[in-house]
Design a protein around this ligand. Sequence first.
Ligand code: Y43
Ligand code: MG
Length: 204
Amino acid sequence: MSRKFEGDQILVATHNAGKLQEITEILAPFGVKVVGAAEMNLPEPEETEDTFVGNARIKAHAAAQATGLPALSDDSGITIDALDGAPGVYTADWAETGNGRDFMMAMTRANDEITAKGPDAPRSAQFRCTLVLAWPDGHDEVFEGVMAGDLVWPIRGEAGFGYDPMFMPEGYDVTCAQMDKAEKNRISHRGRAVSAFIKGCFSG
Ligand SMILES: O=c1nc[nH]c2c1ncn2[C@H]1C[C@H](O)[C@@H](COP(=O)(O)OP(=O)(O)OP(=O)(O)O)O1
Ligand SMILES: [Mg+2]
């Protein structure tokens, strides 16, 4: 069934367990063995670029070079219209405490900064995901996905990870943290990007 990965492993170059679970579930029907970065004892590279694709390239190439496996990385985040696209590539940084990540703090900051723009500030935002598939020979392929929605307050739901409890996708009246996994994967930035990857790599 698979054109490029038949009988092979693909390394998913992320240390985020939520991402790894989503990507593993979306790829499950395609007969490719998914291995995570933590399982391979890979270090977490520094994300020094100011674009999603730049940081996705750093993560994917580091993992492919270290293992000799094709490596698929995910760089993602949220762009908030009222904040001119912030936090964007710095979405994870907003949750950083110096002692692990605190997404309640990050979501509170997002809500506070929108609220500070005034009562007419839009609540619209986009989740964005850039996947880079890096090959051990040094070439790569890029796949992207976007999900539009609104940021709600107070937060709702327990499922998912990161900013899911405040993100209500367009056309829904529940947040990503109130959806089952399959539904989120069907519409999400990551689900769309992984679908593009599947089209590119499993349908030849
Ligand atoms: O579906 C999502 N639902 C909720 N939050 C999300 C989602 N997708 C990305 N996010 C947030 C989490 C993290 O704060 C940032 C990504 O940062 P990003 O550097 O790409 O990922 P990460 O550091 O968690 O893992 P890693 O770099 O090892 O892949 O955006
Ligand atoms: Mg990261």
